[in-house]
Design a protein around this ligand. Sequence first.
Ligand code: URA
Length: 246
Amino acid sequence: MNEKGIVERPGQLLSRLEFYRDLGVEFLVSPMKTDSRKREAEVGTGLLKPEGFSGGPAADDREEWDRLIRRIMACQACPLFKGRTQAVPGEGHRQASLMFVGEAPGRDEDLQGRPFVGRAGQLLTKIIQAMGFSREEVYIANVIKCRPPENRTPRPDEIKACSPYLLRQIDLIKPRVIVALGKVATDFLLPSSKSMSELRGQFGDFQGIPVMPTFHPSYLVRNEGNKEIKKMVWEDMKKVLQLLKS
Ligand code: URA
């Protein structure tokens, strides 16, 4: 049974368990235990923020979020709007302790209007679940909200035009930790001339928020047989979990 209480086919379950084994996951949290008592315990350990945590009145935040999402959906600040089916603002818990930031929507995301729902997204979902969370408990966003043609890397002018939206999301969510998925998110949050191999695994700082750079799930998809890369990502996620528990 997965975390939503849906019974998985044996093949699906096996592929999930194989992926966890390749990551180097040592134990799994039973979805049956993700009940309200566990949530309370996790709030106590800092894994989840208590409901109502936002640093501001919840109703004001809701209006602010509605305004922000409307602006993203109607945005024409860069030429990418011309090729989109729809913008992809991001999704998840608006008071999440843990936020994931990727690069830009791909084809599946552009069609569905949701971040990380293609192949890379399925891997990200498994990683989130291996960390003991559901997608609904974290927040998932991208630096760029519209799909670049042929999934090319976003250009600096596109990043400049779009980044106020991500900055506002971070400001509203106030996560305890951000995971930067891949080079575009890492360069945006932690500007440097270093490679991902040099940066991954070490916390950087974005406006007082610890940021863990790690490899993009698409890189895992492209190097599917490479267990070393999966293990490195899992090592990075273990550091994130340690920080959340501290
Ligand atoms: N890659 C990303 O960076 N973001 C998505 O939403 C999907 C794929």
